[in-house]
Design a protein around this ligand. Structure first.
Ligand SMILES: Nc1ncnc2c1ncn2[C@@H]1O[C@H](COP(=O)(O)OP(=O)(O)OP(=O)(O)O)[C@@H](O)[C@H]1O
Ligand SMILES: [Mg+2]
Length: 327
């Protein structure tokens, strides 16, 4: 049976324990992800945005299996992979990291870096590995002779391509890209993004695309999820994200705050905005289970917001918001 969606997260929660000093025998549990529920359809790109520390990279690490979930389930093609170590399934989910400088082992040649997963998974006969590495490098936009060099001999953009070639070696169905272009300059960013989109089209790879660059997320994604303090607070189709009606359509107050940070090409549109960015610091108390976590910053707060954590509600096609304003 083919699952209806490629990736499904059901109430995924992640705790870290924090020790306050060497003699602290009772480390404090720190909840970083709260009941995250999310779906990514086959051959789609889901954008994930949210301020620093909201838990985007933690979620990415759980999806690719770098860390275990504390509770909840992650399904990939209908199979529960929350505790699964099955390499045949795990290899179909690959990650491209934010920092192209530290994500490649400086002591290994590019050939060693890219051939390693091929060898571990036994995907290619030994005699054909060099040809396969050359093919992957070309697919990622590099010359085959790059394979005999070391990571420090490449620019940031080229290293990101090498990281992508390494991910492609395992023929993934899903690539989790955690701010893949934030360390690159604008022209190189565009080249890397075009490469992602080409791979998406040609190979049908789905992406979870994490970024702080909202216009870029709008350009790349089919749907966008917004995260705030470890919770998904809004999921919307691309057309509702940063579209010209962004201040007229229904959105979570935090999403509006994010929109405020993006300059508008048409100054008359800014007249329509009804939400003023507040300079309040985000609350660092992440343990709120019985209140809306955005309440201290929200201009529209009501009594109920302090008492009940809002559930996700459907407000349109593929559009969900967790806010008491839309109950
Ligand atoms: N290994 C860890 N141990 C303890 N706390 C952690 C650990 N990793 C992340 N955190 C905490 O989890 C929270 C979420 O971090 P995360 O890196 O996922 O945020 P992010 O949304 O990716 O931020 P950014 O946009 O800056 O990359 C932060 O408060 C962070 O301090
Ligand atoms: Mg991050």
């Amino acid at each position: 049976m083919i699952a209806s969606c490629l990736l499904e997260l059901n109430n995924v929660t992640k705790y870290y324990s924090i020790r306050r000093g060497f003699f602290d025998t009772r480390p404090k549990e720190f909840k970083v992800l709260h009941d995250v529920t999310l779906r990514l359809e086959y051959k789609k790109i889901l954008g994930l945005v949210g301020e620093s520390g909201s838990g985007k990279s933690t979620l990415a690490r759980l999806i690719v299996g770098l860390e275990p979930v504390s509770s909840g389930r992650i399904f990939f093609k209908g199979k529960d992979i929350s505790c699964l170590k099955d390499l045949r399934i795990r290899r179909q989910i690959q990650m491209v990291f934010q920092d192209p400088f530290s994500s490649l082992n400086p002591k290994k040649t590019i050939f060693q870096i890219i051939s390693e997963p091929l060898k571990i998974h036994g995907l290619c006969p030994k005699s054909k590995i060099r040809d396969e590495v050359a093919r992957l490098l070309v697919e990622a936009g590099l010359l085959p002779d790059a394979m005999d060099r070391y990571p420090h001999q490449f620019s940031g953009g080229q290293r990101q391509r090498i990281g992508l070639a390494r991910a492609l070696a395992l023929d993934p169905e899903l690539i989790v890209a955690d701010e893949p272009t934030s360390a690159l300059d604008v022209s190189i960013q565009a080249q890397i993004i075009n490469l992602f989109l080409e791979l998406h089209k040609k190979r049908g790879i789905s992406f979870l695309f994490i970024s702080h660059d909202l216009p870029l997320v709008e350009f790349v994604s089919d749907d966008v999820a917004v995260m705030y303090q470890g919770r998904i607070i809004e999921i919307m189709p691309k057309k509702s994200f940063l579209g010209k009606d962004r201040f007229v359509e229904r959105h979570h107050p935090y999403t509006r705050l994010l929109f405020e940070s993006v300059p508008l090409p048409d100054p008359s549109l800014s007249q329509k905005k009804d939400f003023k960015a507040e300079a309040l610091e985000a609350s660092i108390d992440l343990s709120w289970d019985n209140a809306c976590v955005f309440e201290p910053r929200c201009k529209y707060k009501m009594d109920i917001c302090k008492k009940i954590s809002p559930e996700m509600k459907k407000v349109g096609d593929n559009h969900y918001i967790a806010c008491h304003l839309y109950n």
